[in-house]
Write a protein that binds this ligand. Structure first.
Ligand code: SAH
Length: 216
Protein backbone atom coordinates (compact mmCIF):
# COMPACT_ATOMS: atom_id res chain seq x y z
CA UNK A 1 0.00 0.00 0.00
CA UNK A 2 1.36 3.47 -0.87
CA UNK A 3 2.15 5.67 2.08
CA UNK A 4 2.29 8.87 0.01
CA UNK A 5 5.36 10.16 1.93
CA UNK A 6 6.64 12.20 -1.02
CA UNK A 7 3.25 13.79 -1.70
CA UNK A 8 2.88 14.59 2.00
CA UNK A 9 6.28 16.29 2.23
CA UNK A 10 5.47 18.38 -0.83
CA UNK A 11 2.09 19.31 0.62
CA UNK A 12 3.71 20.58 3.81
CA UNK A 13 6.54 22.44 2.06
CA UNK A 14 4.49 24.06 -0.67
CA UNK A 15 1.01 24.50 0.78
CA UNK A 16 1.76 25.08 4.45
CA UNK A 17 5.32 26.35 5.02
CA UNK A 18 5.64 28.41 1.85
CA UNK A 19 2.17 29.85 2.53
CA UNK A 20 3.34 31.27 5.87
CA UNK A 21 2.77 28.66 8.58
CA UNK A 22 6.27 28.19 9.95
CA UNK A 23 5.80 26.62 13.42
CA UNK A 24 8.21 23.63 13.22
CA UNK A 25 6.08 21.41 15.49
CA UNK A 26 2.99 21.97 13.33
CA UNK A 27 4.95 21.23 10.15
CA UNK A 28 6.42 18.07 11.71
CA UNK A 29 2.99 16.81 12.77
CA UNK A 30 1.60 17.41 9.29
CA UNK A 31 4.56 15.56 7.75
CA UNK A 32 3.80 12.55 9.92
CA UNK A 33 0.01 12.14 9.88
CA UNK A 34 -1.15 10.14 6.81
CA UNK A 35 -3.92 12.42 5.55
CA UNK A 36 -5.07 9.87 2.94
CA UNK A 37 -6.25 7.57 5.75
CA UNK A 38 -8.89 10.19 6.64
CA UNK A 39 -10.54 10.37 3.20
CA UNK A 40 -12.54 7.75 1.29
CA UNK A 41 -10.37 5.20 -0.53
CA UNK A 42 -11.43 6.52 -3.94
CA UNK A 43 -9.98 9.91 -3.00
CA UNK A 44 -6.66 8.68 -1.56
CA UNK A 45 -4.81 9.97 -4.62
CA UNK A 46 -6.21 13.48 -4.00
CA UNK A 47 -5.56 13.59 -0.24
CA UNK A 48 -2.48 15.82 -0.56
CA UNK A 49 -3.99 18.36 -2.91
CA UNK A 50 -4.64 21.84 -1.57
CA UNK A 51 -8.39 21.58 -1.17
CA UNK A 52 -11.17 20.33 1.05
CA UNK A 53 -12.53 16.88 0.10
CA UNK A 54 -15.88 15.18 0.72
CA UNK A 55 -15.97 12.65 3.59
CA UNK A 56 -19.65 11.65 3.31
CA UNK A 57 -22.78 12.86 5.11
CA UNK A 58 -22.45 16.20 3.28
CA UNK A 59 -19.28 17.09 5.22
CA UNK A 60 -15.66 17.79 4.24
CA UNK A 61 -12.12 17.37 5.52
CA UNK A 62 -10.65 20.89 5.64
CA UNK A 63 -8.02 22.16 3.23
CA UNK A 64 -4.48 21.36 4.51
CA UNK A 65 -3.46 25.03 4.76
CA UNK A 66 -6.43 25.86 7.01
CA UNK A 67 -5.61 22.88 9.25
CA UNK A 68 -2.03 24.12 9.56
CA UNK A 69 -3.04 27.73 10.15
CA UNK A 70 -5.69 26.96 12.79
CA UNK A 71 -3.31 24.60 14.58
CA UNK A 72 -0.53 27.19 14.60
CA UNK A 73 -2.93 29.85 15.95
CA UNK A 74 -3.48 27.69 19.07
CA UNK A 75 0.27 28.01 19.90
CA UNK A 76 0.32 24.63 21.66
CA UNK A 77 3.32 23.78 23.86
CA UNK A 78 2.51 20.12 24.48
CA UNK A 79 0.83 19.90 27.86
CA UNK A 80 -2.60 21.31 26.96
CA UNK A 81 -6.05 19.82 27.05
CA UNK A 82 -7.78 20.73 23.78
CA UNK A 83 -11.43 20.64 22.74
CA UNK A 84 -12.25 20.32 19.04
CA UNK A 85 -15.82 20.85 17.84
CA UNK A 86 -16.41 19.17 14.47
CA UNK A 87 -14.35 15.94 14.34
CA UNK A 88 -15.35 15.21 10.74
CA UNK A 89 -12.74 12.78 9.42
CA UNK A 90 -10.57 13.03 12.56
CA UNK A 91 -7.59 14.46 10.64
CA UNK A 92 -7.42 17.72 12.61
CA UNK A 93 -7.74 15.74 15.85
CA UNK A 94 -4.80 13.55 14.79
CA UNK A 95 -2.66 16.65 14.21
CA UNK A 96 -3.70 18.10 17.59
CA UNK A 97 -2.96 14.78 19.31
CA UNK A 98 0.73 15.15 18.42
CA UNK A 99 0.95 18.68 19.82
CA UNK A 100 -1.13 18.52 23.01
CA UNK A 101 -1.54 16.25 26.03
CA UNK A 102 -5.16 15.37 25.50
CA UNK A 103 -7.79 16.04 22.83
CA UNK A 104 -11.54 15.79 23.27
CA UNK A 105 -13.21 15.97 19.84
CA UNK A 106 -16.96 16.28 19.40
CA UNK A 107 -18.95 15.41 16.27
CA UNK A 108 -22.73 15.72 15.87
CA UNK A 109 -23.02 13.04 13.14
CA UNK A 110 -22.63 9.74 14.96
CA UNK A 111 -21.53 7.79 11.87
CA UNK A 112 -18.62 10.22 11.30
CA UNK A 113 -17.69 10.16 15.00
CA UNK A 114 -17.48 6.35 14.96
CA UNK A 115 -15.41 6.24 11.79
CA UNK A 116 -13.03 8.96 12.99
CA UNK A 117 -12.57 7.17 16.32
CA UNK A 118 -11.66 3.97 14.45
CA UNK A 119 -9.16 5.74 12.16
CA UNK A 120 -7.54 7.49 15.13
CA UNK A 121 -7.30 4.21 17.02
CA UNK A 122 -5.79 2.43 14.00
CA UNK A 123 -3.14 5.17 13.81
CA UNK A 124 -2.35 4.93 17.53
CA UNK A 125 -3.64 8.37 18.55
CA UNK A 126 -4.34 7.19 22.10
CA UNK A 127 -4.76 10.65 23.65
CA UNK A 128 -7.88 11.54 21.60
CA UNK A 129 -11.42 10.92 22.80
CA UNK A 130 -14.15 11.29 20.16
CA UNK A 131 -17.70 11.93 21.33
CA UNK A 132 -20.91 11.90 19.29
CA UNK A 133 -22.49 15.06 20.68
CA UNK A 134 -23.60 18.59 19.86
CA UNK A 135 -20.50 20.65 20.52
CA UNK A 136 -22.30 23.99 20.71
CA UNK A 137 -22.74 23.68 24.45
CA UNK A 138 -19.16 22.52 24.91
CA UNK A 139 -18.23 19.65 27.20
CA UNK A 140 -18.67 21.16 30.68
CA UNK A 141 -17.97 17.88 32.47
CA UNK A 142 -14.67 17.52 30.56
CA UNK A 143 -13.53 21.17 30.78
CA UNK A 144 -12.06 23.64 31.33
CA UNK A 145 -9.76 23.51 28.31
CA UNK A 146 -6.51 25.32 27.51
CA UNK A 147 -7.51 25.57 23.86
CA UNK A 148 -10.68 25.16 21.83
CA UNK A 149 -10.90 24.81 18.04
CA UNK A 150 -14.17 24.90 16.13
CA UNK A 151 -14.01 23.49 12.58
CA UNK A 152 -17.62 24.21 11.62
CA UNK A 153 -18.90 27.77 11.21
CA UNK A 154 -21.32 29.38 13.71
CA UNK A 155 -22.98 32.75 12.95
CA UNK A 156 -21.57 34.30 16.14
CA UNK A 157 -19.22 33.46 19.01
CA UNK A 158 -20.75 30.52 20.97
CA UNK A 159 -20.52 31.94 24.50
CA UNK A 160 -20.65 28.51 26.12
CA UNK A 161 -17.48 27.49 24.28
CA UNK A 162 -15.68 30.67 25.36
CA UNK A 163 -16.85 29.88 28.88
CA UNK A 164 -15.03 26.52 28.72
CA UNK A 165 -11.65 28.17 28.24
CA UNK A 166 -9.43 28.46 31.26
CA UNK A 167 -7.91 31.88 31.95
CA UNK A 168 -5.24 32.59 29.30
CA UNK A 169 -6.76 29.97 26.99
CA UNK A 170 -7.29 30.36 23.26
CA UNK A 171 -10.32 29.70 21.03
CA UNK A 172 -9.87 29.54 17.25
CA UNK A 173 -12.95 29.44 15.04
CA UNK A 174 -14.60 30.71 11.88
CA UNK A 175 -17.60 33.01 12.28
CA UNK A 176 -19.98 33.96 9.51
CA UNK A 177 -22.63 32.80 7.10
CA UNK A 178 -22.95 31.50 3.52
CA UNK A 179 -21.64 34.76 2.10
CA UNK A 180 -18.63 35.49 4.26
CA UNK A 181 -16.68 33.67 6.95
CA UNK A 182 -13.66 34.95 8.85
CA UNK A 183 -11.27 33.02 11.06
CA UNK A 184 -10.81 34.52 14.55
CA UNK A 185 -8.67 33.88 17.59
CA UNK A 186 -10.13 34.75 21.00
CA UNK A 187 -7.89 34.81 24.05
CA UNK A 188 -9.39 34.81 27.55
CA UNK A 189 -7.70 37.59 29.54
CA UNK A 190 -9.13 38.53 32.91
CA UNK A 191 -12.19 36.52 31.95
CA UNK A 192 -12.80 38.73 28.89
CA UNK A 193 -12.35 37.95 25.18
CA UNK A 194 -9.46 39.60 23.36
CA UNK A 195 -10.13 39.06 19.67
CA UNK A 196 -7.80 38.92 16.67
CA UNK A 197 -8.93 38.52 13.07
CA UNK A 198 -7.14 36.05 10.78
CA UNK A 199 -8.10 35.15 7.19
CA UNK A 200 -11.27 34.63 5.16
CA UNK A 201 -12.25 30.97 5.05
CA UNK A 202 -15.04 28.53 4.13
CA UNK A 203 -16.46 25.89 6.47
CA UNK A 204 -19.65 23.86 6.67
CA UNK A 205 -22.16 25.45 9.06
CA UNK A 206 -22.23 24.59 12.75
CA UNK A 207 -25.61 22.95 13.35
CA UNK A 208 -27.59 22.01 16.47
CA UNK A 209 -28.48 18.54 17.66
CA UNK A 210 -27.04 15.06 17.20
CA UNK A 211 -27.68 12.88 14.14
CA UNK A 212 -27.73 9.24 15.24
CA UNK A 213 -27.05 6.29 12.94
CA UNK A 214 -30.75 5.49 12.76
CA UNK A 215 -31.38 9.05 11.56
CA UNK A 216 -32.98 10.28 14.78
N1 SAH B 1 -12.07 18.92 11.51
C1 SAH B 1 -12.61 18.06 10.48
C2 SAH B 1 -13.37 18.81 9.40
C3 SAH B 1 -14.57 19.47 9.91
S1 SAH B 1 -16.01 19.40 8.92
C4 SAH B 1 -11.55 17.21 9.85
O1 SAH B 1 -10.37 17.32 10.21
O2 SAH B 1 -11.90 16.37 9.01
C5 SAH B 1 -17.10 20.07 10.16
C6 SAH B 1 -17.71 19.01 11.02
O3 SAH B 1 -18.41 19.68 12.06
C7 SAH B 1 -18.75 18.16 10.29
O4 SAH B 1 -18.43 16.81 10.38
C8 SAH B 1 -20.06 18.50 11.01
O5 SAH B 1 -20.94 17.38 11.13
C9 SAH B 1 -19.56 18.94 12.37
N2 SAH B 1 -20.48 19.77 13.16
C10 SAH B 1 -21.30 20.77 12.72
N3 SAH B 1 -21.98 21.31 13.76
C11 SAH B 1 -21.58 20.65 14.88
C12 SAH B 1 -21.92 20.73 16.26
N4 SAH B 1 -22.82 21.61 16.71
N5 SAH B 1 -21.32 19.88 17.12
C13 SAH B 1 -20.41 18.97 16.69
N6 SAH B 1 -20.05 18.83 15.40
C14 SAH B 1 -20.62 19.67 14.49
Amino acid sequence: MRDYAVARRRMVDEQIRDAGVTDPAVLAAMREVPRHRFVPRLLHHRAYQGCALPIGHGQTISQPFIVGLMTALLELKGDERVLEVGTGSGYQAAILSRLAREVVSVERIEALALRAAKTLEDLGCANVVVRAADGGAGQPEAGPFDAVMVTACPPRLPSLLFHELREGGVLVLPIGDDDEQILYRYRKVGGEPIVERSVACRFVPMLDGVQRLDGE
